[in-house]
Design a protein around this ligand. Structure first.
Ligand SMILES: [Zn+2]
Length: 292
């Protein structure tokens, strides 16, 4: 599942590739991918003639800011032209975008296709089909319509995510620290890979009850989360096999991880074997010697 670094990599790719992309045609190949509005015709009509002005990311959500597509009345600079709401995307398990400047027939996992006037295509492909898209028209609030977006905790890189905050949200919690890190309302964007890697980096056992984590460990954990995520964004965030970048490449799959998917292999620090067990339904990897 794409986590913050992968989604950020996709965001950067979209921003680079889709320079002044004006949506002229939308083709919905699978209705259930459109989460909002419930009427897919409204989605198609609403997006038509929208300029994708800017791509943002919040947690694992991609948010495209839309402007009125250019015509003879377009005002420059573009930031002054009329807002047309937002296109919000969540890739979930296996969603990815592909940009193509030639007309290649869609594969059977193609869910939504966006075309500009030159027939360049931004294609959304999703094998397992859990991914979703929302068109939020101007005047409506994405945070209100998309519950998961509205309830997100702070971004790990924001100044709101400091040790004071982390201390506050984990004290008195009896859940495991792993479960806390996976909770998107506590901190946005961390999934299974980066929770395991951050806890290894901080030397904390994933099973520990959150309230038993001491202040010096909280400091270490916050630093570890930021470092691990930053490092992963720097390398394209492609630490797992399902990930595809905009060109459809699997990128740097096989990129160095310390514990994730390294069950039975030697710990890079101490040589002990990495263990694996499920915590709240998620495979959890750790070193029994380096993590306390
Ligand atoms: Zn170790």
């Amino acid at each position: 599942m794409p986590e913050l670094p992968e989604v950020e990599t996709v965001r950067r790719g979209l921003e680079k590739k889709l320079n002044n992309f004006i949506i002229k045609k939308v083709e919905v190949c699978r209705d259930s991918t459109v989460a909002f509005p419930t009427n897919k015709e409204e989605f198609i009509k609403g997006l038509r003639n929208s300029l994708i002005y800017k791509w943002d990311r919040r947690g694992k959500y991609l948010i495209a800011e839309l402007k009125e597509g250019q015509n003879e009345n377009t005002q420059f600079p573009l930031e002054n032209s009329k807002n047309k709401g937002f296109l919000v995307v969540h890739l979930r398990m296996t969603g990815y975008f592909k940009f193509m400047d030639n007309s290649t027939p869609p594969c059977k996992h193609t869910r939504i296709r966006f075309f500009d006037e030159n027939n360049n295509e931004l294609r959304y492909i999703d094998v397992r089909s859990f991914g979703q898209m929302w068109w939020i028209k101007q005047g409506l609030s994405p945070n209100k319509i998309i519950k998961g977006l509205g309830s997100l905790g702070p971004e790990p890189f924001s100044k709101d995510f400091d040790t004071k905050y982390l201390k506050k949200v984990i004290s008195k919690r009896t859940k495991s620290i792993k479960a806390i890190l996976l909770d998107q309302t506590i901190v946005a964007g961390i999934g299974n890979i980066y929770a395991d890697e951050s806890l290894y980096n901080a030397g904390i056992l994933p099973f520990r009850e959150a309230q038993t984590i001491r202040m010096n460990e909280i400091v270490k954990l916050r630093e570890s989360i930021v470092t691990v995520l930053e490092k992963s964004i720097g390398s394209g965030g492609t630490t797992f096999s399902d990930f595809r970048d905009l060109e459809g490449d699997n990128g740097n799959f096989g990129l160095h991880t310390n514990v994730y998917r390294r069950t039975g292999k030697e710990c890079h620090k101490c040589g002990n074997l990495i263990e694996r067990q499920k915590i709240t339904g998620r495979s959890t990897h750790w070193c029994p010697k380096c993590q306390k």
